[in-house]
Design a protein. Structure first.
Length: 171
């Protein structure tokens, strides 16, 4: 737990460190993004959509592990919780395909091999999420936006490596 000192005899104690806040917000985002538990609607989910969401999260984790920064540990913990939820939903939906992270781009020319269409969709979805949080903020919005901005930055790097040129905006 972090202590925040002030002048004088009073001290304030922060209830969450930044990493814990980001991880907690990300888990909440994952729960919201996956829209609930094991109800009838989840049984009718698309395996293709769940597999894509799973692969995107596994790719993000692999990217954070390959190129860590000060927030990587919190982001990875967040995404691992989201992966566990997606796996549960895949099981309920009867999805049996094996999903693994794609190889990490080492920066060599033409080595990205990623779909600009998929990256553009992921970027647009994250930008839309950020815009929605900004339009209707709550107590966790700042942490959610910070987390999603990190995802946007990673997607932008992957788009650059793949040679994607389309201008993507929220909407």
């Amino acid at each position: 737990m972090t202590r925040i000192g002030t002048k004088g005899r009073h001290k304030k104690r922060a209830t969450f460190g930044l990493a814990a806040l980001v991880a907690a917000a990300g888990i909440a985002v994952g729960a919201i993004a996956l829209n609930g538990g094991n109800d009838e609607a989840s049984a009718a989910e698309s395996c293709q959509g769940l597999d894509t969401a799973l692969q995107n999260n596994l790719n993000f984790i692999a990217g954070q592990q390959a190129n860590p920064d000060a927030q990587s540990e919190a982001r990875i913990a967040n995404r691992e919780a989201v992966v566990a939820q997606i796996q549960q939903r895949r099981e309920v939906a009867g999805c049996t395909g094996e999903v693994v992270a794609q190889p990490i781009d080492t920066g060599g020319a033409g080595s990205a091999g990623e779909s600009c269409e998929g990256l553009d969709t992921a970027l647009r979805n994250n930008l839309n999420f950020i815009a929605a949080q900004q339009a209707n903020p709550d107590a966790q919005s700042a942490a959610r936006i910070e987390n999603r901005q990190a995802v946007v930055d990673l997607i932008e790097q992957r788009r650059d490596a793949a040679g994607c040129t389309a201008v993507i905006e929220a909407g």
